[in-house]
Design a protein around this ligand. Sequence first.
Ligand SMILES: *[C@@H]1O[C@H](CO)[C@@H](O)[C@H](O)[C@H]1NC(C)=O
Ligand SMILES: *[C@@H]1O[C@H](CO)[C@@H](O)[C@H](O)[C@H]1NC(C)=O
Ligand SMILES: *[C@@H]1O[C@H](CO)[C@@H](O)[C@H](O)[C@H]1NC(C)=O
Ligand SMILES: *[C@@H]1O[C@H](CO)[C@@H](O)[C@H](O)[C@H]1NC(C)=O
Ligand SMILES: *[C@@H]1O[C@H](CO)[C@@H](O)[C@H](O)[C@H]1NC(C)=O
Ligand SMILES: *[C@@H]1O[C@H](CO)[C@@H](O)[C@H](O)[C@H]1NC(C)=O
Ligand SMILES: *[C@@H]1O[C@H](CO)[C@@H](O)[C@H](O)[C@H]1NC(C)=O
Ligand SMILES: *[C@@H]1O[C@H](CO)[C@@H](O)[C@H](O)[C@H]1NC(C)=O
Ligand SMILES: *[C@@H]1O[C@H](CO)[C@@H](O)[C@H](O)[C@H]1NC(C)=O
Ligand SMILES: *[C@@H]1O[C@H](CO)[C@@H](O)[C@H](O)[C@H]1NC(C)=O
Ligand SMILES: CC(=O)N[C@H]1CO[C@H](CO)[C@@H](O)[C@@H]1O
Ligand SMILES: [Cu+2]
Length: 630
Amino acid sequence: MGIFKHSLEAFVLFSSLGSFTSALTLGPRTPPARTILERTPVYPRQASPGFACSYPSGWTSCNDADNRDCWVKAPDGTQYDINSDYETLTPSGTTREYFIEISEKDISPDGYSKPLAKVINGTYPGPLIEACWGDDIVVHVTNQLPDNGTTIHWHGIRQLNSNEMDGVNGVTQCPIAQGSTFTYSFKALQYGHSWYHSHYSLQYPDGVAGPLLIHGPTSADWDEEWAPVLLTDWVHESAFELFQTELAGPGIPVADSLLFDGQGHYTCDSSDPQCVGTGSYFNRTFEAGKRYLIRIINASAATHFVFSIDNHVMQVVSADFVPIQPYNTTALEIAIGQRYSIIVEATPDTPTTDGNYWIRTVSAGCSNGVHDTANYTTGIIRYDDNSTALPSSSAYNFVTACADEPYANLIPIVPWTVGQPQNNVTNNTYEVGLDTTQDFHGYLRWDILNQPMWLDFSNPTILNLDNTTWNPEYCVVDYDYTQGFVYMVLTASALYPDHQKFTGATHPIHLHGHDFAILAQNTTAYDPANSPATFNFNNPPRRDVALLPSNGYLAIAFKPDNPGVWLLHCHIAWHASSGLALQILERQSEIAGSIGSLDDTKSTCTGWDTWLAANPTVFNPAQDQDDSGI
Ligand SMILES: *[C@@H]1O[C@H](CO)[C@@H](O)[C@H](O)[C@H]1NC(C)=O
Ligand SMILES: *[C@@H]1O[C@H](CO)[C@@H](O)[C@H](O)[C@H]1NC(C)=O
Ligand SMILES: *[C@@H]1O[C@H](CO)[C@@H](O)[C@H](O)[C@H]1NC(C)=O
Ligand SMILES: *[C@@H]1O[C@H](CO)[C@@H](O)[C@H](O)[C@H]1NC(C)=O
Ligand SMILES: *[C@@H]1O[C@H](CO)[C@@H](O)[C@H](O)[C@H]1NC(C)=O
Ligand SMILES: *[C@@H]1O[C@H](CO)[C@@H](O)[C@H](O)[C@H]1NC(C)=O
Ligand SMILES: *[C@@H]1O[C@H](CO)[C@@H](O)[C@H](O)[C@H]1NC(C)=O
Ligand SMILES: *[C@@H]1O[C@H](CO)[C@@H](O)[C@H](O)[C@H]1NC(C)=O
Ligand SMILES: *[C@@H]1O[C@H](CO)[C@@H](O)[C@H](O)[C@H]1NC(C)=O
Ligand SMILES: *[C@@H]1O[C@H](CO)[C@@H](O)[C@H](O)[C@H]1NC(C)=O
Ligand SMILES: CC(=O)N[C@H]1CO[C@H](CO)[C@@H](O)[C@@H]1O
Ligand SMILES: [Cu+2]
């Protein structure tokens, strides 16, 4: 595959170009001269033109089109590559500073106007936040929404010793009040791609989401890369209004259309004033023979997709932030919040005469569907960039099952052997479901404990670190373990005869602050006596979102190595708002000492309370709060 090597190397090496002074917190003090590792542009979007990775002087790149598994070498001989344990080894990067603004805007990505959309820097998806492995990322977030607070969560980022930067209102901070700015600052210990999104109630389904890319090695070779693309479902009504549909039940609100990186179609009547255009297809050109690194994010509110490109095999190289041993497939199952990197060689297995191919994002069985089902064809790959014809290619045969990728395919490159649990598994087995026995704040709600989550925006857990008792509505679970692994089992099957929960639904479960190993993921009912014997400890799949199968169970293990308060929740936005969440209070006594100053956290709370007091008719929590807050 070396044919494009000379023209397509991602790095051009310059010796001591420019002088970057950066506040590095890891590694040796850097001399002013730095090695700038220039990258080919990430197509089609760049946060900053001419983006380049920057490491201390004397560091050299070892990454090119035929050696994507290597990254950089330090003068002391340390090599940072795909086999490096990124939990303990991090190159010395530079500081990347970004400014973003959240505001309300009438947008029509599928040709139908959504007046109460909420966007980042005026666009949906928001701008790319781009960095390199080992960089410090600093993002100043300003809230210009008229009627809401906001926060930004950096999905999948480990936030080691920076719990206060996790961006969860009611847990790690108060909402940022209108007109105010909060500065998030954290280190890119991992590499790969993800997304950033609001954790303020139902704000991300309304548009507050964007791609996050941290350059690093890849487990297979490629020639060109795309900026991460967000696959999303899209609702025209404000998600805050639609939440009433969720509460009234049964079933979640149905999406109006599917968007591929902010482009889509909706069939509407031109006499409808909101029907303002015809929408568009996401479209990109392939140059024959090149290998493209494509990074996909399922940023839906409720849609589980099966992704495919007609006549093109995909080689899967990462699952969430975890590089995996490459495997090939023609259809990829992606649950909400999950990410995959794939390499697609521009060589169709069966060429079409016009060189045009559909990209399909089919909504799988577990979703509530979309209104405009004709438009599962959301994107186009063209070999002739002058062509304007729509493809006539046919889909591969694939099942739109509601499942994760096959367990056996997701083999992490850096292996974990999971040790015996520090905690008691029986005591950490939870039945996830819709509690049919209690009306909580007026409605039947989803929960993990026997208590739906309900947070007070003004009183985040992180400002209560001296507490020994907790408001039960905060769903705090104490994890005071200092070594090894802890396990948690989530069941979507009836666990206790006395619980009257509706459990028959699939939930994409997301844990903050950690990657977790999937010890078991099974569609059969959990049997506390016998199921643990089937757990896999030998380098299980590892990631930060996994599906809890309907009527089955999910057993996870993670390292309690990151003091903080970490949310675990369903990533179906409607379920999280309903209450399907808990907080893991990890090593409580060590949290305050491990994180940075809470001064900004406290002043953000003062700002929020001031805004609330001045705007009682806009949002009065005592009367208007109808959801968990996340
Ligand atoms: C967002 O918009 C602001 C104001 O226009 C601009 O200064 C900033 O660079 C933009 N941020 C990104 C990441 O594009
Ligand atoms: C957020 O803003 C929407 C309007 O866009 C409004 O309907 C909703 O009540 C607000 N909710 C909160 C919790 O601030
Ligand atoms: C291709 O994408 C561009 C925007 O990137 C859009 O303007 C154009 O309409 C799209 N083409 C089709 C056929 O939808
Ligand atoms: C995104 O995840 C949801 C829920 O798990 C799923 O229904 C949807 O099909 C996924 N979308 C893609 C493109 O994989
Ligand atoms: C998998 O896909 C890659 C990239 O298209 C290709 O080079 C490789 O030969 C494929 N492997 C198998 C086993 O088909
Ligand atoms: C596309 O059109 C441009 C301008 O008309 C022309 O220069 C180019 O050769 C065409 N490309 C192909 C692949 O036909
Ligand atoms: C498990 O829970 C039981 C009953 O609540 C309790 O007695 C026991 O101490 C717990 N075991 C552990 C290891 O925490
Ligand atoms: C875990 O706790 C349960 C009670 O909830 C107890 O029966 C069991 O023996 C404990 N297991 C271990 C390994 O301590
Ligand atoms: C912390 O403890 C105080 C005193 O018991 C209690 O009022 C408060 O609700 C607790 N905070 C949380 C978040 O549970
Ligand atoms: C699911 O559990 C059943 C019953 O314990 C077992 O036979 C089966 O192998 C498990 N499936 C997987 C995929 O682990
Ligand atoms: C493939 C397909 O059915 N595409 C349809 C998507 O929706 C637009 C407008 O609603 C139709 O014109 C397309 O035919
Ligand atoms: Cu759910």
